[in-house]
Write a protein of this length. Structure first.
Length: 461
């Protein structure tokens, strides 16, 4: 999946392809977060943007015969135009995604390019729609079939729902069958996650108090409408973080496939934070340091513990194969050694089928990923080094699973122009199968520091 943007924040024109592990590097205020938020927003609400029209003729046939067989491939042929239209609609929603003025996105363009020549449909689909006590119609796709069978389960005179809803429901089913395999389910840990962790209790209290006060006013207002207006000042990723942290007491009732099948990953994560998170029966959130009998609240815990809170709960309770885990600056508040450990967890997740997308300023994360790439070759001395240094085979990663982009000014050809123009963009970084990522974003700073220190040591000679 390739994302193309124009006039998105400081990004004049840029594109990036989503890999199994995607990394955005670059200085502050260079467009990394804008690109990340735009991607997350699209993956979060794409089903609202996509539209598949069911013709009146098909509905007339359903009412007359009681069943229709829709050729899914006929709708697959329309996929390119469906995506273009959806991206145009999504672009209009960007002010809401970023919780800012419409004017800021007046010239913005957002495009998604997919390989629609080899779309793999969902294997099976089954849905029954009805009213309180009556099943009205069913929608079924069987395994290895390209037909969608819609069957009327009542006489047409007894249909209790509008025909428009029938058409929309069938269209939604086709959307899921055709496009769901193409778009991963996103989870984001925004850079604001540390603050969200601290004020979790206050967020719950504020919402409950607001509801209580609204019910006592006696005014004719919509409580839910007013309640959710409270969050309109925050970008969608931040709102998602808030909602996730608020729902931890419900979340802990679930177990992810990682918790059930790969608990050693959770052990590795616990070693990074030096303990474990726990939720009490009274919905109290605590951090329990390893080997100690104390429980610390979030405001008593280290900033590293807070910054990794939602990632920890995601891994233990929410993660699914095929997900896209997005983390804005995973290195927040982490010691360099723990940044290295986190990089190894990212590689392990990629090898288990979870896509990972990060923005980072961490040379430690990049260099650790380079080590994992360099060790991932069938050579005796590499196997010996991996064993000596404690690297496991499941942590090693292939260079072709990774996409790295540097947010920077560069000479590029703007659309419709033969002349190169210097503007803010995303430049693809080279990744060597033997040496790893050439993340030159960090090199000038490191070289400058080395030069200054060499001058200090040898300058007197």
């Amino acid at each position: 999946m390739k994302i193309k943007v124009k006039n998105l924040g400081v990004l004049k024109q840029a594109e990036f392809t989503l890999g199994n592990l995607t990394i955005l590097c670059g200085c502050n205020n260079t467009g990394k977060t804008y690109a990340t938020y735009a991607l997350f927003g699209f993956l979060s609400i794409w089903q609202r943007m996509f539209s598949i029209e069911i013709s009146d003729d098909k509905i007339d046939q359903l009412l007359a015969d009681g069943v229709i067989h829709l050729d899914i491939q006929e709708y697959v042929k329309q996929s390119e135009q469906i995506i273009i239209k959806a991206c145009q609609e999504y672009t209009q929603q960007l002010p809401k995604i970023f919780a800012t003025s419409t004017e800021r996105f007046r010239k913005t363009e957002f495009q998604v390019e997919l390989n629609t020549n080899n779309i793999k449909l969902i294997d099976r689909f089954e849905l029954t729609i009805g009213s309180t006590n009556t099943e009205i119609f069913s929608i079924i796709k069987t395994e290895d079939s390209t037909k969608l069978i819609v069957t009327l389960l009542v006489e047409k005179e007894n249909i209790k729902i509008p025909i428009d809803i029938v058409k929309r429901t069938i269209g939604d089913a086709l959307k899921d069958i055709i496009f769901s395999p193409l778009f991963p389910r996103p989870f984001i840990a925004s850079a604001e996650r540390t603050g969200v962790a601290i004020f979790r209790k206050e967020l719950n209290f504020a919402r409950n108090r607001l509801l209580e006060e609204m019910t006592q006013t006696g005014k004719n207002i919509n409580p839910m409408e007013l309640l959710f207006k409270v969050y309109d000042d925050y970008a969608l990723p931040i709102k998602k973080n808030v909602d996730f942290i608020r729902q931890l007491e419900t979340l802990v009732k679930k177990s992810s496939f990682i918790a059930e099948n790969y608990p050693d990953i959770l052990v590795d994560f616990a070693n990074i934070i030096g303990g474990e998170y726990t939720i009490t029966q009274n919905d109290e959130l605590y951090y329990v340091p390893k080997g100690k009998r104390i429980k610390l609240s979030m405001d008593e815990s280290s900033s590293a513990v807070r910054s990794l809170l939602d990632i920890g709960f995601y891994l233990r309770h929410e993660a699914q194969q095929g997900d896209l885990l997005i983390i804005d600056e995973p290195e927040l508040n982490l010691h360099p050694e723990n940044q290295r450990r986190l990089a190894r967890i990212f590689a392990r997740l990629v090898n288990l089928g979870i896509k990972v997308f990060i923005t980072t300023h961490s040379d430690y994360i990049i260099k650790e990923l380079n080590t994992l790439i360099m060790l991932n070759h069938d050579k005796p001395h590499l196997k010996r080094i991996a064993e000596q240094e404690g690297y496991r085979p499941e942590e090693l990663i292939s260079y072709d699973q990774i996409k790295v982009y540097i947010a920077e000014e560069a000479l590029i050809k703007l659309d419709g122009s033969q002349k190169k123009t210097k503007c803010q963009t995303l430049t693809s970084a080279d990744i060597n199968p033997e040496l790893g990522i050439d993340a030159r974003s960090f090199d000038p700073t490191i070289e400058t520091m080395n030069r200054i220190q060499e001058s200090i040591v040898w300058g007197a000679e």
